[in-house]
Design a protein around this ligand. Structure first.
Ligand code: FMN
Ligand code: ATP
Length: 152
């Protein structure tokens, strides 16, 4: 694994940013967040807004409740709800050193880095390549299973 962690110089800490919907928490989320945390010192998480999710079914759990669950995880230093209009707003607020994309997130790392640079912000974007292959690791998979169970 490439280590981006800077040597501690004084009180400089490396901020890592992770993102996602986190509708129904499962061990795949914990795997992703733990790998992201290893890249630095402080883990920030942006929880996606329901209004911004257009490429898959809307989450079951409301924004504030998903935020509460993610915030309560030991490995998460700070979680916040994303913007409802511009995904770059919270990034500029947090000013991460590293953005950690999930293994299946539909963002291109180099393109995102360029977009950030064009806004005057230098930040490394890396992908957590590994995924956890457990029986029910996916919010969509959990919803499907619940539906199957109660439609029997
Ligand atoms: C760097 C970055 C910043 C993001 N910022 C926001 C945001 O401010 N608001 C939001 O609703 N979603 C934001 N998202 C998107 C979500 O976190 C999520 O990745 C997206 O809805 C896709 O869902 P998926 O990861 O489940 O496929 C951001 C994603 C990335 C990679
Ligand atoms: N099994 C897994 N292993 C590793 N990372 C995962 C796994 N499942 C999700 N992730 C990562 O966790 C982050 C948040 O995932 P998110 O909640 O957006 O989707 P999900 O759990 O895959 O559910 P779905 O796509 O079905 O709604 C993403 O970066 C994603 O890549």
């Amino acid at each position: 694994m490439i280590v981006y962690r800077r040597q501690h110089t004084g009180d400089v800490l490396v901020k890592v940013l992770a993102t996602g919907t986190f509708d129904l928490l499962h061990p795949g989320h914990i795997h992703y967040l733990s790998e992201a945390k290893k890249l630095g010192d402080k883990l920030y998480v942006i929880v996606a807004r329901e209004s911004m999710i257009r490429h898959k079914p809307k989450p079951i759990i409301p924004d504030e409740q998903r935020l509460e669950m993610v915030s309560s995880l030991k490995i998460v230093d700070k979680a916040l709800l994303g913007s409802e209009s511009d995904i770059f707003d919270p990034i500029m607020q947090i000013k991460p050193d590293i953005i950690a994309l999930g293994y299946d997130q539909g963002f291109d790392a180099r393109h995102l880095e360029k977009e950030l640079r064009s806004r005057g912000f230098d930040c490394k974007v890396v992908r957590i390549e590994t995924s956890l292959n457990c029986l029910l690791c996916g919010s969509g998979k959990i919803v499907k299973k619940v539906l199957e169970r109660y439609q029997e």
